[in-house]
Design a protein around this ligand. Structure first.
Ligand SMILES: Cc1cc2nc3c(=O)[nH]c(=O)nc-3n(C[C@H](O)[C@H](O)[C@H](O)COP(=O)(O)OP(=O)(O)OC[C@H]3O[C@@H](n4cnc5c(N)ncnc54)[C@H](O)[C@@H]3O)c2cc1C
Length: 442
């Protein structure tokens, strides 16, 4: 996805591109064909609503930028209500054909197993990056900065948390500053609530791992339902332990268990539920998590999961032009940068392709403003996200700088989202116009 879009954008700017694709010579457990831009699972690009939905806005921005992935998705779309569903075979065949037919693009087979020493490169090898290249990247970045699994805890919009129930406190009031001492939000449970929560966890629908997906995963990132299966008290001695915390609303009540949330972005609009990675199905997750006191009306920016997924700790490794700080002739794009999903991956390919082309043409393309969907994503992965807990992210309005003068809460949501998308469209159009000259071949 990302590699195809990056190649298209660079070629359109007049730059020669070689795409290296290892399939069909070397396969992955999820891909089935040798085509470029294969959709490995669902055939949906999600919501196409560019006024009320952040991924719909990303569609809009990519269309404005002449994106190949969006053009071919539109051409091969299937009826799906407000979503953009795609005929996967027609779509990837068309992307492949268009790229192969471009006079400036060459497609070469074979696996890349080492980091290239010279030239301009974009690594967009995705969540299933081959083992050889994964090792080469880990050798460059340090093993701790490259993950092979995501263990995604659910992320909640701050505005949907009931602060009348929840209080801010770090365990044992640890921290040098007041901000550090209040870095966590705490949701208290009594014994009855805890027992009901464990029952719901055990009964919830779960998804299974794909074949070949599980190797080495169980170290240190057990799903909460697996912990609950090991014993009803396990969570109370793990991520839900109640020690070192005093309920600020009712200091005399000692909680039986506590669910903690930690700030997930610099803006303070998103909070993740600490240690709550899960394989529960999405419907079950919202039901079970809304049983947590303080989260009865929670809106989720993303739900939890555990998957095979190779991704970088981009906030520490990449600069804001998506270059590897230690080897700036190499850019990364797509899911390996810590975005999640077909659309987000393609979007990061679009930016990386344009940035690389501009550099080859002797120019410098700045990242788009953070108020755009593209800008919100690139700012999140290259700086806005908390590096210590960095996990892959879908585009969502929690990544956007807040709007002044609009109503908060559920009631104001429609106006607020329209405000975000109007602002984004204006700034994206201006950014495209301003940067056009940076992409013009001389
Ligand atoms: C099992 C599974 C299910 C998923 N389901 C969904 C879903 O339903 N919806 C969704 O939006 N997203 C889904 N995703 C995420 C999805 O993979 C990404 O959204 C998207 O495909 C990522 O785009 P990308 O361009 O970063 O990587 P990819 O589209 O995977 O492209 C990477 C390419 O690099 C090639 N490659 C890898 N290593 C090398 C190498 N060393 N040398 C040469 N070529 C190499 C691969 O063959 C592949 O063609 C799923 C991922 C997985 C693993």
């Amino acid at each position: 996805m990302a590699g195809s879009e990056a190649a298209w954008q660079a070629a359109r700017a007049g730059v020669r591109v070689v795409i290296h694709e290892m399939r069909p010579d070397v396969g992955t457990f999820a891909h089935k064909t040798g085509d470029l831009a294969e959709m490995v699972c669902s055939n949906s690009f999600r919501s196409d609503d560019d006024e009320q939905n952040a991924v719909g806005l990303l569609h809009w921005e990519m269309r404005q930028a002449g994106g190949l992935i969006m053009e071919m998705a539109d051409r091969h779309s299937l009826p799906a209500g407000g979503a953009l569903a795609v005929d996967r075979d027609g779509f990837s065949a068309a992307v492949t054909e268009r790229l192969r037919a471009h006079p400036l693009v060459r497609v070469e087979g074979g696996e890349i197993t080492a980091l290239p020493e010279a030239g301009h490169w974009i690594i967009a090898t995705g969540p299933l990056t081959s083992e050889g290249l994964g090792q080469a990247i880990a050798a460059e970045t340090g093993a701790e900065a490259l993950a092979f699994f995501d263990a995604i805890a659910p992320i909640v919009y701050a505005e949907s948390i009931d602060m009348g129930t929840v209080w801010a406190q770090s365990r044992y009031d640890k921290g040098e500053t007041d901000e550090e001492r209040k870095a966590y939000l705490n949701c208290p449970m009594d014994k009855v609530q805890y027992e009901a929560f464990i029952d719901a966890l055990l009964a919830a629908d779960k998804t299974e791992f794909h074949e070949g997906e599980t190797a080495g995963y169980f170290d240190g990132c057990l799903p909460i339902e697996v912990m609950a299966e090991r014993g009803r008290e396990t969570l109370r001695h793990g991520p839900m332990k109640p020690v070192g915390l005093t309920n600020a609303h009712r200091p005399e009540d000692k909680p039986y268990a506590v669910v903690q949330l930690r700030r997930d972005n610099a803006l303070g609009t998103l909070f993740n539920i600490v240690g709550f990675q899960t394989k529960m199905k999405y419907g079950a997750q919202t039901e079970v998590f809304r049983m947590i006191p303080g989260l009865e009306n929670a809106s989720f920016a993303r739900l939890g999961g555990i998957h095979r997924n190779t991704f970088l700790n981009s906030p520490t490794l990449l600069d804001d032009r998506m270059r590897l700080r230690s080897r700036p002739h190499i850019r990364f794009a797509g899911q390996i940068t810590g975005v999640e999903g077909y659309v987000e991956s393609s979007a990061m390919g679009l930016l990386a392709g344009r940035m690389a082309a501009a550099e080859i043409l002797g120019r410098d393309l700045p990242p788009p403003p953070p108020e755009t969907a593209m800008g919100a994503l690139i700012h999140h992965i290259t700086g806005g996200a908390e590096a210590k807990t960095f996990q892959p992210m879908n585009v969502n309005f929690g990544l956007f700088p807040p709007l002044d003068g609009v109503r908060g809460g559920r009631k104001g949501r429609k106006d607020r989202y329209k405000g975000y998308t109007d602002r984004a469209k204006e700034l994206w159009t201006a950014w495209l116009a301003e940067t056009r000259a940076d992409l013009a071949a001389e």
